[in-house]
Design a protein around this ligand. Structure first.
Ligand code: PXP
Length: 249
């Protein structure tokens, strides 16, 4: 089974919001998220990932409806477990959802979901999402208790949070890779699909892929959108896919 790429296009919306947040209906609003998603798909992305945050700092509700109508691969919606966002997810019916923790003050999703400590709140959300046909993934730190709790809750997929690895260097990065490897091995033993994301980049991907087995999907956003500023989105996606090609799991 080959490793596939989901491109997180939130930061295409970040760029748009930087100029047009107050005039969303203006004739000159850009860049267009639907066009960005189509370019990613043309370049080989197998899903389009977006995070509708409570504060709507990047993706807006109308983006989600337009993407739902236009995405031809899979729509992967990241969501915090709140009644408002869950209701939108249930209406939108994305193919995939990824439950993430969300704090208002954070710049990006800072840690994994505490599945172990929040089973009671997560269980009905997972059931509701499954009932509309969404494949549920839980975004967790590479931690044994979290992996086991995800399996116990009946989520078919986990996404391992790679942020601590991405932010570390030297021996600390090597230690994070060992944690990620152990979590991936445990998850595979428990029958979970293993995805990964956060902070993955053109620089750190080769080490990550060399050390971590059983991966099926990566979700990459910031690094691809940053690279796209220099080489264009299609080439940025193609270059990321090229780095993923040798992966044998
Ligand atoms: N996966 C999840 C669950 C995320 O929350 C994010 C950030 O929204 C990403 C992947 C992408 O992270 P990055 O933008 O650092 O590549």
């Amino acid at each position: 089974m080959s490793l596939t790429l989901g491109v997180n296009i939130d930061h295409v919306a970040t760029l748009r919001q930087a100029r047009y947040a107050r005039t969303p209906d203006a004739h000159n609003v850009e860049p267009d998220l639907v066009a960005a998603a189509a370019i990613c798909e043309r370049a080989g992305a197998k899903s389009i990932t977006v995070h509708l945050r409570a504060d709507r700092r990047h993706l807006q509700d109308h983006d989600l409806s337009r993407l739902r109508a236009s995405v031809r691969s899979k729509l992967n919606l990241e969501l915090g477990n709140t009644p408002e966002i869950l209701a939108i997810a249930l209406r939108t019916k994305p193919e995939d959802v990824c439950l993430v923790p969300e704090n208002r003050e954070e710049i990006t999703t800072e840690g994994g979901l505490d599945v172990h400590g929040r089973r009671t709140e997560l269980a009905p959300t997972i059931s509701a999402l499954k009932a509309v046909g969404a494949r549920v993934s839980l975004f967790i730190d590479p931690d044994e208790a979290q992996v086991r709790a995800a399996a116990e809750l009946g989520a078919p997929v986990i996404e391992l949070h790679t942020g601590a690895f991405a932010n570390a260097t030297g021996e600390a990065a090597a230690a994070e890779l060992r944690r990620l490897r152990a979590a991936a091995e445990l998850a595979a033993t428990l029958g979970l699909q293993v995805n990964a994301g956060h902070g993955l980049s053109y620089q750190n991907l080769p080490d990550f892929l060399e050390q971590v087995p059983h991966l099926r999907e990566l979700n990459v956003g910031h690094s691809i959108v940053s690279r796209a500023v220099f080489v264009g989105l299609e080439r940025a996606v193609t270059e990321m896919l090229k780095l993923m090609e040798p992966y044998r799991g």
